[in-house]
Design a protein around this ligand. Sequence first.
Ligand code: ZN
Length: 383
Amino acid sequence: MHPLLKPSLRPGWHDLNTVQFGVAPAHAVVLSPVDTASGSFLSLLDGTRGLPLLREEAARMGMDEGYVDRLVARLAGAGLIDEAQPADPRARALRRRPAALRRLGPDLASLSVTQRDPDAPLLRLTARRDMRVQVRGAGRVGAVLASVLSAAGVGQVDVMDGGCVEPGDVSPGGVAEAQAGRRRSDAARQAVRRAAADRPRRTRAAHRDGTEPPLSLVVLAPRDGLRAYFPDEAEAEQFLTTGTPHLYAGVLEATGFAGPLVLPGSTPCAGCVLRHRTDRDPRWPRLLAQWHSGGRRRAQACDLALATTVAGLAAARALAFLDGHAPDSPGVRWETSLPALNWHARQLWAHPACPCGAGSEAPAEGMGEHTSKQAPLHATMAG
Ligand SMILES: [Zn+2]
C-alpha cells in the first residue's frame, strides 16, 4: 500500500492534539488525540512511499515498531486515506493516461472525498468507463445532461430524440448553434463526443460479440417537461420489464425538477404516480389527456439557467447512482420554481395496485404525493 492522506480535505488544527480534515460539514472529520510527532509524520503520507519505507522513516524518528500500521489503520478507519498505487490493473491503466486523468482530476478528488475505501476513488472512475447510459431528449436539459455524463467519464452515452435542431434547443455545453437544422440526435451525440474526446471509442465499449453492453441507466429528459413530470406509463413499461433503472428530469412551466430515480420493483414508477393522483382526483386522467395533447406545438417555458441547473443536478444524481450509492431518498423528486428558487423534495409513493410491484408491501393509505417535511434541501443547495 502507498497511503495518501486525502489531498482535498484541508487540515486545520483546533489545538495541539486535535486536527480537523475538511471544511464543509458533510465530509469533515475531526481526529483527536493526535500527538505532535504524528502531526509531523502526516506529511509523509503523500502517496509516494510504500509501508516498508514509511516504517523505516518512523524507526528513524524513534517511533515504536507498530506505529505506522496503527496510524494508517486509524486514518483509513476514519476514511482519510486513498491508495495512490492501486493493484487493480484497469485502475493502473487509467493512472498511465495522464491526459485523461488530468482532465478528470477534480472528479477523482471528489470521489476521494465521498468514498471511504482507499481503493474506491480510482475504481469508481474506472468503472464509469464501462457504463452505458441512454438519454432520451436532446433539448436544453437532455443534451447538456448527456454531455456532462460523458465529460464525467461515463464510457457510452447514447442520446435519442426526434426532429431537427431548432434555435431554442441550443445551449452552452449542449447542442451548438452551428448545428441548427441537423437531426437532434446527431447534434447531441456530437456534443457528447466533444465533451470527452479522451473517452473510450464506442466499439471498445461494446461487448466482444458485437452486442451492446446493458444499459446502466436511462435518463428521460424530454424537451416537453410534462412528459417527465407526468410520464407516459407505456413508455416506462419497457424499463420495468427489463428492470432498467431510470431517472426523470426536466423543466415544466418554469419549474425545474430532477427525479424520481426509479429502481423497477423497488421504488415508485410512473404508473404509481398516476394511480395515486387518480385516487385523489378521478378527473385527473381527463386533465392529463388534455395537457398531453398538442404539447409539441406549445411554447416551452424553459429558462436556460434553470434548464442547466436541472441538467447538472440530474447528472449528479445519475453519477451518484452509477458510482454505487444507494439513493438516500428513493421516490423523491427535487423541484424548484422561478423566480424564488426555493428547493423542495416531493415524496412520491409506490402504489399497491401498480403492476411494477414496488407498492405490494406499502401501506394502502399512501398519500400519493406531498411535499416532504424531511428536507431542508434549500439549505444544502445554498451551501
Ligand atoms: Zn409502479
